[in-house]
Design a protein around this ligand. Sequence first.
Ligand code: ADP
Length: 483
Amino acid sequence: MKRLSIGSRLTLWYLAIFLLAELIFGVGMWFILRQNVYDIADQVLKDQASDLERFLQARQDVSTPELEAELSEDYKIESSEDYLQISDADGDSIYRSRFLEDYPLPPVPVDPQGKPRYENRKLGHRSFRFISKRMLAGKRVYTVQLGHPMHEEIETLDDFRKYLLGFAPILLLGASGVGYWLSHRALAPVDALARTARTISGHNLSSRLETLTTGDELQRLSDTLNEMLARIESAFLRITEFTADASHELRTPIALIHTEAELALRRSRDESEYRDALQHILVESDRTAKLIEELLALARADSGGEALNIQSLDLVTLLRESASKWAQVASLRNLQFEDRLPAAPLPLMADGSALRRVIDILLDNAFKYTPVPGKVTLSAEEINGRVVVSVQDTGGGIAPEDQARIFERFYRVDKARSRELGGAGLGLAIAQWIVHLHKGSITVKSELGRGSLFQVNLPAVVLVSAAAPPSKLNPGGEKRSSH
Ligand code: ADP
């Protein structure tokens, strides 16, 4: 079943509450009025009964026939009592007014202590309130029944009920109208927000919902949705830029492979020429594979799905392994390489292969961007419960304005030279992402012409989340990482 709209539900609630309130008020008022009417009638009857009691007591010595005569003449005229019946102790009637002759009252049990008893009676289509009371006059005991006509009061009560029932539908109709109007007025901005939100898609993510200034929940809702749109827009832009950059980067090696193969096949060549061509193709395809691997790593970083395999390890052992590998590279490139590693182990909770990758990226860069004769130094130390790994080189250095951007994806200071050296500008972005996953930071200090110092700072014991949220992965331009 289709659920009703909030507006309709609010209207129905409004109606139900109003109906209940009206019911309670109407029924309550009716009962109070009725009680008051009977209270007044009872008071009148009580006064009349007291008068009669005094009358009877004054005549306690008078004989019964005389009393009958006096009641029929004097008392009746005096008090114009039309609905009176008096019986003696045996239940025999002493006096009965004319009306009661026609509609005789049945005998009623009365309280022997003389407590009055009130009741409603209908006699010949007319409503009455009756008081029945035992009265003492000397030695005589009377049972007195005195009536008070109630038709006017009952008519008033009936009228009141009719008004209540007559006005109820009008009031309810009015209430539902007001409820409908109020709820729709209150919810109109929500409809407006929904209409705008429906028009926003991937093509116009820069659009924003109407900014409300009502200072209420709806303004908070529109502000929150707009903030969310801004975040989605920047994430969307990042992905678009990343895809564009990635395709551009991939196109270059593929085009080179294509050209190389095409040229080789244009005419027949000797074996060494074919070998050369295949060698170039191999180099380019290695680069392409590396690039694809880096792109995949960053895509995983963005999706937040990369889980670390955190283990307890000794950083010194890990660095020594890397150092022995890079020492060979250094000798091949005629560069000096020094490792200043402590003799004592540096225990750490970290993902060994991820950390090795960071060290490789930093050493690879140091060797790539340091001309002969130059020197690269790898060192590690523990400072205040944190482990600091430094990679220093005596290369060309990085200008301050570039230092601010080298951790961005695809950013290269000298694009052509970096490419020639096999870089796509993704290494430092990946290194930073890994360091952030370890709740650490990576910084650069560099001076043009004097070399660079990259430092990775990690907590000695890492409390690692399974994967860092993508927002922490420096999507588009964090200057230096610092936690
Ligand atoms: P790439 O794969 O191109 O080296 P990186 O993200 O590792 O990409 O580095 C980004 C840029 O930062 C490099 O293109 C280079 O211009 C600069 N860079 C990185 N490390 C050094 C360094 N040790 N000395 C000088 N420049 C560096």
